[in-house]
Design a protein around this ligand. Sequence first.
Ligand SMILES: [Zn+2]
Length: 652
Amino acid sequence: MTEERHFVDVAAVDSTIRPGDNFFMRVNGTWYDTAKIADDQVGVGSYSFLNIPQKQLLENILEEVSASPEHPKGSIEQKVGDFYASGMDTAAINARGYSPVQPILDQIVQIQSIPDLETFLASEIKTNNQSLIGMRVSPDDQNSTINIIHLSQTGLGLPDRDYYFKTDESTLDIQKAYQTYLTTLFELTGSSAADAEKAATTVYGIEKNLAESHKTRIERRVVKENYHKVAVADLDKDHTQINWSSIFENVGLKADSLDIRQPAYYEKLDKMLATVPLEDWKTYLKAHTLSSYANFLSSPFEKASFEYSKVVSGQSKQLTRAQEMVQQVDRQIGFDLGQLYVKRYFNEDAKQRVLDLVNNLQKSFENRINELDWMSDSTKTQAKEKLYSITKKIGYPDKWREYKVRIDRDSYFENVVELRKDAAKYQLDKFGKAPDKTEWGTTPSTVTAYYNPSLNEIVFPAGILQYPYFDQNADDAINYGGIGMVIGHELTHAFDDQGAQFDKDGNLKNWWTAEDYEKFKAKTQQLIERYDTFTVLDSVHVKGAMTIGENTADNGGIYIAYDAFKMTDQGKGNTPIDGYTPDQRFCYSIARIWRVKTRDEFMRTYVNTNSHSPAMWRVNGPLMNFEPFYSAYDLQPTDQNYKPESERIKIW
Ligand SMILES: [Zn+2]
């Protein structure tokens, strides 16, 4: 006999809070007041923090497969198990100190000219360890049928360009922690304290200089201003120091043209290569190399890296070694691990149920497009065509990514290098080919979902197909307010400030009438201004312009999911379950799926760097524009989040 499940967590509800004052806290308040964030975590709850219990499942798999050294060489179990085992052998890792990275440091010492330095940068590309050049191979924004080279701004060690220029106390703390980290890396590799400090200052100075040329996160949202197709020969003419032809030859690519997303960065880099002494560049490269490999070296390196991240995230204790290794296995050879995960933990029936949900939501989105009063018929036709061209990926890939690597049980560092080389080769091999439409950008066990404009696809990995997002036994209100909301959100991304710039085939092409696009922009502007008013921590506000894509998706997603829910039997009726009406349960589910509690340090970094609004505003923000919420919970004009009808913003 199975116990009856209740999908509303009554014990978590804080009934002293009026729904219209703060629905996130109404639903989650009692939980929030008592939830404890573990010392080795930056938060607790759903969404990305649901990855914590997921990682325990992965740890169980890894413990089991690594226990046997008998798996056939090259099998998934052998690669995954031995990689994990090699990383768990901290005695062997500590005994080697930093000797594994010494050959790379020696290469840096031998650099005697700018061409030498560029040869080194090419070798970094081949080991997927890029420092000054940010290169990727992916579809051409103007022609999504072919993969080309994209160069993006890069070169920094702090989380974002703004961190070099802001002067508030918490940013100053992060700057200082970063410089201490760099100093420690130099000290650990033989520099005197004074020399190490000087070297760290040099590195920081170069980064700050580069950061001046960086576009902000908001500037990077305008896709066409971050796309510049140029001939490699012209780029070679423009840049006096960087020899692109030779770099591409070194990495084995015959490219005539490429997309340089942020030209200002490369102009700056080119100028700096002519003026900054070569020895300083070598110091920079040494720091970058050590920092990039610190987690795979002996414990003093790993600790130094953690001390820095601690200040950025607020996490006070390091993960257990096993959990650290789960993260590394998932990051470096995650689709192999994903195969083992799916076999054990994924319910195939969920795939069809979720596909049905997606199809229902597509229909409800179509209806909403038909009814829009601000969009012309010709744009509507294009929008619907785009909507029905969206590819749906659910659970796990049809075709698994293969890792052509040799993994040994006793050499962790070399395993990492082998996997990084494979990742680089996988990237570079795409060049000049049509994009692989079966490819996945996230591993199946991850609790996430995404929309990819260049393939016009939505992706829901197995990890997110679990409660509170989805449960086979839950009523429709819970599932539509849960995974339904997420599906609606991802569908809307095809039509947010960025998605709207791409057509149904993933090309950067305008398919709007000028008038419609102006109206659309005016509506998103309203949303930007609304979110700018939301407070997160004391003086910290949501950045409306940086999060506009996600906020548009949250505001559209809720309506699309609700309309689809209203087509179900439960949605048509009014039968309460556990005292909650269908509409109340739908709204409840939205507040439940974003239930998280995080550390302040983490939240500060999040608000400055993440394109999503914090959890509370992912709930309260869209709900204040959502009519059914007003009636379901009988909102009153005196409620804090009550907006008069004329101020309820609707885009989709
Ligand atoms: Zn999103």
